[in-house]
Design a protein around this ligand. Sequence first.
Ligand SMILES: [Zn+2]
Ligand SMILES: [Zn+2]
Length: 273
Amino acid sequence: MGSTPFTLNRQVALLTKHEKQSVIHPLLAAAFDTAILQTDAFDTDKLGTFDQRVPRVLSPVETALKKAYLACELTGQTQGLGSEGSFNGTIAGATLNQEVLAFVDTERDLQVIGFAQQYISLRAIEAQDEVALGEQMQPFIEQYADAQKWMLKQDGKWLKGLSFRELLASIKHWPCIIEPDFRAMYCIERQTTIEMACKDLIRCLSSHCPKCSAVNFVAKPSSEKAYLACEWCGSDTTKLKPVMPSCDECGFVEPEAQTSQTAPAMYCMQCNP
Ligand SMILES: [Zn+2]
Ligand SMILES: [Zn+2]
């Protein structure tokens, strides 16, 4: 961190061809009086697509960071944003949508990650005929009308960005499998997850270290998990120790004094097996 305190520049670059600026810009502008300089001068699909049709080599965080650095490079800005989403089908047909929004400052050598996740109701649909398809699509049509677009595989190639009407007109063979088009501009549910990730990023960019005033003074998930000690016997319980905010620059960690260092014996395998 340089001697000048961190501020957001008047312009922050964002690499996207899926109109993510319409979600991110209003939030960022309200928080920091900054504007998004959007670029689509690089095809982000080359870094992999969520549907794995272009395989991903990097993790979502690495991909988002790469996009943020590319955004800086392509626009000549020193601050950039990159966004990456993933979708995993789970139990009961719900889909877990995770979104990473990475911020980089190339002058200060700073990386900050905003993260959000939520279950969304959209999922792939398999239908035997038009009636079955209509029945399964009905809740989504009622909820989103034409704001949600769909993808259809027909004759070995994917048709994308289809409204329900366009989808029906495109189906030549039954049964068929269709999938939600998760690209940000075609998916309102995903836009709300990106919005949450952006708010998380704003929280990180607004949290300053009390020692050196660097940003991103937040609790970061750590790979090694620590457990609270049992209040009676002192052995490890099944309750995780809270992760305290820490500084990337000077290493300062918020003292744990405010939080309890022990857990009730009911979480102890020795006292309450
Ligand atoms: Zn610090
Ligand atoms: Zn115990």
